[in-house]
Design a protein around this ligand. Structure first.
Ligand SMILES: Cc1cc2nc3c(=O)[nH]c(=O)nc-3n(C[C@H](O)[C@H](O)[C@H](O)COP(=O)(O)OP(=O)(O)OC[C@H]3O[C@@H](n4cnc5c(N)ncnc54)[C@H](O)[C@@H]3O)c2cc1C
Length: 388
C-alpha cells in the first residue's frame, strides 16, 4: 500500500498552491481533481493586486488579459471614475490561470490524478481517501475541493444560507463599454441592484465578464435583476448565465480535524465585501501545506492551522463583513457619498493592493465622514447651480 505524505483534493488556486508548497517543502504530494485540466470555472477572474502579490512571482504576460487602473462605479444615476497610478487588479481567465498554477505545482514534484473524491476519513494515523477510481492513503489531507467540498463533511457543519452568496455570470461581447475607453482600463462595480452585493463588469480579451452577486436568499430574484443589469449596459443577453454559490463563513467553522485541513472555498474564506476568493485560497492552501509539513516532522496531528489563519486573514474577514452590513444598512450614504470621494476610493485601492486593512479603512473613513458628506454635498450643490 502506497502512503503519500499529503493528498490535496481539488486543483483550484487553494489546491495548487498547497500542492506546490508541500512539494517545495519536500513532501510527497498527490493532487486529485474530478476535472481534467485545463478546466474552466465560473469566476470574474479579477485578481486583486494583493492576490497577485500572493503568487510570489510575476505571472507570464500571456495570462494577463488586462491590467486595471481604477474603478468606475455606478449607483442609481451617479457615475464616478476614480483612477489609480498602479494596477488595482489583474484580469485573468481561470481556464489558463488554474492550469498554470497546477503546472507550477507539478514542476515541483507533485503528481496529478483525475479522480472524483467520494469520502475522506481518518483511521489510525492515516487519512483514507475514497474516489471513483479506488482508495488512497496519506499522512495528511487538504480539502481544497470548493464550495460543495466532500472533504468538509468530515470536518465542519454545512454552510448556512447566511454564510452563502449566489452569483450569476456570463461573458457578453465587448460593446465598446466605457471600462475600456479610458487610456487605462478600469473595473466597474454597480451598486444598489441587490442587497449585500453588486454587479461587476471586468474587461477581458474581446469580451466582458459581467456578473452579479448577492444574498443566497435572493437567488430567484437575482435572475431578473441580472437581466436588468445587462440591459442597463446594452450588453447581449443571449448567453445563459451560470449560477454559483460562494461561501463567506468568516472562519466561524472548524477548519481542521486530526490530519485533515480545509482551504479556500471549502473553508469558506471568500471576502464578504468584495467577493474576492482567490487571494485567501492561495494563502490558506500554502499555510495548510506548511502545517502538514510541520506535523509530519513530529508524526502527529495538525496543530494551530485555524489560529494561524485567523492571524493572517481573520481581522480582514471580520471587518469586511462589518463593512458589508454597514453598506447594506446605510446604502445611500455609503454608495451615494463615499464612491464620489477620491480620497476614500484611493484608500480602498490600498486594500486591493494589500497595503491597508479593512479595519484601518473603516475607522479612518468613519472619522472623516462629516467632512466627506459636506464636501460631496458642496460639489453636488455646485453642479446643480451650474446646470440651472
Ligand atoms: C461567479 C463567481 C465570480 C467570482 N469572481 C471572483 C473574482 O473575480 N476574483 C476572486 O478573487 N474570486 C472570485 N470568485 C471566488 C473564487 O472563484 C473562489 O473563491 C476560488 O475559486 C476558490 O478557489 P478554491 O481553490 O478554493 O476552489 P475552486 O476554484 O472552486 O476549486 C475547487 C476544485 O476542486 C475540484 N473538486 C470539487 N469537488 C471535487 C471532488 N469531489 N473530487 C475531486 N475534485 C473536486 C473542482 O473540480 C475544482 O477544480 C468568484 C466566484 C464566483 C462563483
Amino acid at each position: 500500500m502506497k502512503i503519500h505524505d499529503l493528498i490535496v483534493i481539488g486543483a483550484g488556486p487553494a489546491g495548487s498552491s498547497a500542492a506546490r508548497k508541500g512539494a517545495e517543502l519536500g513532501l510527497n504530494v498527490l493532487v486529485i481533481d474530478k476535472e481534467s485540466f485545463p478546466r474552466d470555472k465560473p469566476c470574474g477572474g479579477g485578481l486583486s493586486a494583493a492576490a497577485y502579490k500572493e503568487l510570489g512571482e510575476d505571472l507570464p504576460e500571456h495570462l494577463i488579459e488586462q491590467k486595471c487602473y481604477g474603478m468606475r462605479s455606478v449607483y442609481r444615476n451617479q457615475i464616478h471614475l476614480i483612477e489609480s497610478e498602479t494596477p488595482v487588479a489583474y484580469m485573468i481567465r481561470r481556464i489558463h490561470f488554474d492550469n498554470y498554477l497546477l503546472e507550477q505545482a507539478l514542476s515541483q514534484g507533485a503528481v496529478f490524478s483525475q479522480e472524483t473524491c467520494r469520502a475522506v476519513r481518518e483511521t489510525s494515523g492515516l487519512v483514507e481517501i475514497e474516489t471513483d477510481k479506488g482508495t488512497h492513503y496519506s499522512r495528511y489531507c487538504i480539502g481544497a475541493d470548493g464550495f460543495f467540498s466532500p472533504t468538509a463533511k468530515s470536518v465542519r457543519d454545512p454552510f448556512s444560507k447566511a454564510e452563502t452568496r449566489f452569483c450569476l455570470i456570463s461573458h457578453p461581447a465587448d460593446n465598446g463599454h466605457p471600462i475600456r475607453q479610458s487610456e487605462k482600463p478600469v473595473v466597474e462595480l454597480d451598486f444598489g441592484f441587490i442587497r449585500k452585493g453588486y454587479g461587476w463588469l471586468f474587461p477581458k480579451g474581446e469580451f466582458i465578464s459581467a456578473g452579479i452577486g448577492g444574498e443566497a436568499a435572493s437567488a430567484k430574484e437575482l435572475r431578473h435583476v441580472y437581466k436588468a443589469f445587462l440591459a442597463s449596459h446594452n450588453l447581449d443577453q443571449a448567453e445563459k448565465p451560470q449560477g454559483c454559490f460562494i461561501p463567506v463563513s468568516n472562519l466561524k467553522h472548524e477548519l481542521a480535524t486530526g490530519r485533515i485541513m480545509l482551504a479556500g472555498d471549502a473553508a469558506g474564506l471568500v471576502d464578504s465585501f468584495s467577493g474576492e476568493g482567490i487571494r485567501n485560497a492561495l494563502i490558506s492552501g500554502r499555510l495548510a501545506a506548511e502545517k502538514a509539513t510541520e506535523a509530519k516532522s513530529r508524526d502527529g496531528a495538525v496543530q494551530g492551522y485555524k489560529s494561524s489563519l485567523l492571524k493572517k486573514i481573520g481581522n480582514n474577514l471580520i471587518w469586511s463583513e462589518r463593512m458589508t452590513r454597514v453598506s447594506s444598512r446605510f446604502e445611500s450614504l455609503v454608495y451615494g457619498r463615499l464612491l464620489a470621494d477620491e480620497r476614500v476610493m484611493k484608500r480602498y485601492f490600498e486594500i486591493l493592493r494589500g497595503d491597508r486593512s479593512y479595519r484601518s479603512f473603516f475607522l479612518m473613513t468613519m472619522l472623516e465622514l462629516p467632512l466627506i458628506i459636506l464636501s460631496v454635498s458642496i460639489k453636488k450643490t455646485g453642479m446643480l447651480n451650474r446646470t440651472r
